[in-house]
Design a protein around this ligand. Structure first.
Ligand code: PEP
Length: 246
């Protein structure tokens, strides 16, 4: 499986800046996805038209359509050219009270619409300090993963909440331990080889640390926030895939 690098642009950008950033990323070689805000999906889709870089979104509703003011469905994202959708990011779990059950329903909707959900899980600093990382991650994973999820149609992103946007990362040994735990659970649920399960690491990944993080056994790629808004930095992360697997 090729290492997957996903850029989460969060709530940043205008049509002009997003178009320029997407054009700068369009030539990146590798398995790369850009996830701009909803209003910028079309301008980024245009910039990526003849590129191998794929398009993703940052959230969706669990219903296909209906009276849900302000929401966007997975089918709408598919229609807009998306192939991926990030779900259950800690900024949505924390900021909007998204529960594991809601994330699971959204993931089901994504899969039914033909999108690949990128289901985010990860412990808070308090949980880490209390030695509860593996238990927390396991409970989020089991309760967010819908029955429709399979190794072929689902990506998991391990994102320690305390590492997002802070410049702090777990030790490589800790990343290895958590990824191994996630892979063991997925293999138990999906009855597949761990080599077929894709588990990304996310949290303060940048060009300078991507090579060593991507080389950790069990890490199948990276979900990148802040550094994905800088074309040079993001290109550095993408090119470190080759170094990590050389
Ligand atoms: C994220 O928001 O998913 C993320 C990993 O952010 P950052 O890379 O900025 O820590």
């Amino acid at each position: 499986m090729r290492t997957l690098i996903i850029g989460n642009w969060k709530m940043h950008g205008s049509r002009a800046s997003a178009g320029a950033l997407a054009e700068a990323c369009a030539g990146l070689l590798g398995h790369v996805v850009l996830c701009p805000p909803f209003t910028l999906l079309d301008v980024v889709a245009q910039a990526l038209k003849s590129s191998s870089v794929a398009l993703g979104a940052q959230d969706c509703h669990f219903a296909a359509q209906g009276a849900f003011t302000g929401d966007i469905s997975a089918e709408m994202l598919k229609d807009a050219g998306c192939a991926y959708v990030i779900l259950g990011h800690s900024e949505r779990r924390g900021g909007w009270g998204e529960t594991d059950a809601m994330v699971g329903m959204k993931a089901t909707a994504a899969i039914e619409a033909g999108l690949i959900p990128v289901i985010c899980i990860g412990e808070t600093l308090e949980e880490k300090d209390a030695g509860k990382t593996l238990a927390r991650v396991e409970s989020q994973l089991r309760q967010s993963l819908p029955a429709a999820a399979m190794a072929e149609n689902t990506v998991i992103a391990y994102e320690p909440v305390w590492a997002i946007g802070t410049g702090r990362t777990p030790t490589l040994e800790d990343i290895k331990t958590v990824h191994q735990h996630i892979l063991d659970i997925l293999v138990g649920i999906w009855h597949c080889s761990p080599a077929h399960c894709r588990v990304l690491y996310g949290g303060s990944v940048k060009a300078a640390n991507a090579g060593e993080i991507l080389a950790v056994p069990g890490v199948g790629g990276a979900l990148v926030g802040g550094a994905s808004l800088d074309a040079g930095e993001f290109a550095g992360i993408v090119s470190s895939v080759k170094v990590a697997h050389a």
